[in-house]
Design a protein around this ligand. Sequence first.
Ligand code: F0G
Length: 351
Amino acid sequence: THQWRGIIEEYRDRLPVTETTPVVTLREGGTPLVPAQVLSERTGCEVHLKVEGANPTGSFKDRGMTMAITKAKEEGAQAVICASTGNTSASAAAYAVRAGMVSAVLVPQGKIALGKMGQALVHGAKILQVDGNFDDCLTLARSLSENYPVALVNSVNPVRIEGQKTAAFEIVDMLGDAPDIHVLPVGNAGNITAYWKGYREYAEDGLATHRPRMWGFQASGSAPLVRGEVVKDPSTIATAIRIGNPASWDYAIAARDESGGFIDEVTDREILQAYRLLAAQEGVFVEPASAASVAGLLKAAAQGKVDPGQRIVCTVTGNGLKDPDWAVAGAPQPVTVPVDAVAAAERLGLA
Ligand code: F0G
């Protein structure tokens, strides 16, 4: 009987750990790569979804956090801190519990989904709501980590990128080679940086014959990489990617240019359409930010940018349960029936 052991044990020789490193894990990674039937039909391609909402805390952040908390523990840290739009804080809080550490999280006031706030609370994080946006939170977290005894676990910490690159390894291991195109949502730009590093490493070591083109999508109201300048007051319903000054800016541009890809924007409307399509037609419930990858693929297809016959992977980064408001909003209220089979059958249209 084999259970997936978590990304550090599964990819130990490709990560900066030694035999004595105290591994802190919730057995993250090993997430499903799901063939997307409707998206494949629509694009004429072979489309797969990398379902990162299946990670222990419900997002891809766990891959980076197992590394960040493991290294913090190895270095003797007793407390960690992060800025977050919600998922990083949920992950940091959970892994800090596993490591017996204190976690502090800085979130933009009123702009994180309820499920993510609940996670940080229930895992016992010290939470500060900052009167500012994510970019302000990150500035504050950096300053605190420089001046006080607390380790920064945002993706500006390079071991986070090391952990997150394992998603690319899993995809190549599963498909037998790299896809032609990899599509993902972009916020602080750590994840596009990490996937590109993972694909590069596998290709350099002969484990893939080529590297994919990297296609990144930002929300229109929070698209600094598309505009080529910092967005001072970012806005989007996809709160996870409501970021105006991505920390990994230069790495994202390098991933785009070295891979022959592009970074474009999708509107909130396009994001919500893709969100509903994923749930209603592919059976995959993601949070709105995650749907930006799929919205982007559909936009590119409508623009004639997607040649048929290609193999495409879209990362869907977080679980839909994190932010269920958007699933409920606008949907009809379920009707109430008595305990009566005839009445129920009628309401269901069976009779
Ligand atoms: N999707 C989700 C669900 C996210 O939570 C994030 C980032 C992204 C996409 C974008 O990834 O930042 O590496 O480009 N969330 C961070 C957080 C900012 O604090 O949880 P990125």
